[in-house]
Design a protein around this ligand. Structure first.
Ligand code: TYM
Length: 381
């Protein structure tokens, strides 16, 4: 296959591959394109516009404007996101978690953080339940290292905290038919029955804060758009259960280091994990797919193509905070003023610094992990 050929797009909660066409996803999933007004309103409350909002990382939403209206009326609002602990955390996972930290501070919102050790056990043949449960607590360190507030963050494991969540999960499950989940998720006769039940648990968390506090609290879910199937299903039953429909704000995918698709733990050579030794991560960066030309001579003459370059994407999504410097990097690339080797070297250095700092925070998180875990309602704080 040549680099020009398009690879077919697949976007489901369990697989993201090919060339992602976000406009088509917005249409297929029936979501609203993100607006400047929503970005401005969020920034007004936060006191600044987050890099991810400035750079259009959030491509679409559902009812985020309503969630903001509720907050502006003086009502309490909440946040929900999660992780399927199937391996170590990579940089792509961090994007929505950094954004949650920003929203948590801006809106003084509680964040319910679901660790779906059940989902990953059921879905991945190669993983044992003991492994996914252990990964829950390893991955929780990454969540905490994003700087979340321990008093307002409630991390829970589906398996360990089942006593806290089972009843609400059942109330969801009773309202969703097999034919609905088959249509929404593409389940087959050969799908194990655990997977068929599991969506009830991912949906349940949309109502968990409301259920625990005994009043309706608008819930916003920051996540990449791959999780959208769950929210379509949940929104259909929310009001019948007496809750608000959950709102969503959808992120684009951080690409992997190879061409096409997103950063994915199932392709470890092309993903940067938060646990990678910084030097190993730097080596991966040096092998990344770029928008460069075949020869240096051609690149000097024609310039590079930042629009297809993963290295540029990393600066754009995460590693260049300064907008003017980003524009200058793009200009240099397009006019052949910087070669891919140099651009990769500079990125590799930034990745090393980032990982060194992040890993320190991650280690410190071990000492405070318990403060972040969801406690039973009747347990005295
Ligand atoms: P999981 O573990 O696949 O992904 C965790 C979060 O990371 C996002 N994500 C990415 N974002 C940007 N670039 C990427 N390359 C990238 N890869 C993954 C995902 O969208 C997700 O936000 N079933 C879920 C766990 C879950 C959940 C939730 C996620 C339970 N409740 C509520 C989001 C919101 C899962 O396996 O996520």
């Amino acid at each position: 296959m040549t680099s020009q050929e398009k690879q077919e797009m697949v976007v489901t909660p369990w697989e993201v591959s090919g060339d992602i066409d976000y406009d088509r996803l917005i249409e297929q999933f029936g979501v609203q394109p993100m607006t400047q007004s929503i970005a401005d309103r969020i920034a007004k409350h936060a006191g600044y516009m987050h890099l991810q909002l400035r750079r259009g990382v959030y491509l679409s939403h559902r009812d985020t404007d309503w969630w903001l209206d509720e907050y502006e009326k003086g009502n309490k609002v909440g946040l929900y996101t999660g992780r399927g602990p199937s391996g170590h955390v990579h940089l792509g996972h961090l994007l929505p978690w950094f954004f949650c930290k920003y929203l948590q501070d801006a809106f003084d919102a509680d964040l319910y953080f679901q660790m779906t050790d059940d989902e990953k056990f059921l879905q991945r043949d190669e993983l044992t339940l003991e492994e996914t449960v252990a990964l829950t607590y390893e991955n929780a360190l990454d969540v905490i290292a994003c700087g979340l507030n321990p008093e307002k963050t409630f991390i829970f494991s589906d398996t360990d905290h089942i006593g806290e969540i089972y009843r609400l999960g059942l109330k969801v499950a009773k309202r969703v038919t097999y034919s609905t989940v088959k249509a929404v998720f593409g389940f087959q006769d050969s799908t194990n029955i655990g997977m068929i039940w599991y969506p009830a648990l991912q949906a349940m968390t949309c109502f968990l804060q409301s259920s625990r506090e005994g009043r309706n609290i608008p819930c916003l879910i920051p996540a990449a758009i791959d999780q959208d199937n769950y929210w379509r299903m949940t929104r259909d039953i929310a009001e019948k259960m007496g809750y608000y429909k959950p709102a969503q704000i959808h992120a684009k995918f951080l690409p992997g280091l190879a061409q096409g698709g997103k950063m994915s733990a199932s392709q470890p050579d092309t993903a940067i994990f938060t646990t990678d030794p910084p030097k190993v991560a730097a080596k991966k960066v040096m092998k990344a797919f770029t928008g460069g030309r075949d020869t240096v001579e051609e690149q000097k003459r024609l310039g590079g193509r930042p629009e297809v370059c993963n290295v540029y994407a990393y600066y754009y999504f995460l590693f260049e905070e300064d907008d003017d410097k980003l524009v200058e990097r793009e200009r240099l690339c397009r006019c052949g003023g910087i070669m891919c080797g140099e651009c990769k070297k500079q990125l590799a250095e930034r990745v090393k610094v980032f990982l060194t700092e992040f890993q320190e925070k991650r280690e410190k998180a071990r000492e405070v992990l318990d403060e972040f875990l969801l406690k039973p309602l009747n347990e005295k704080e």
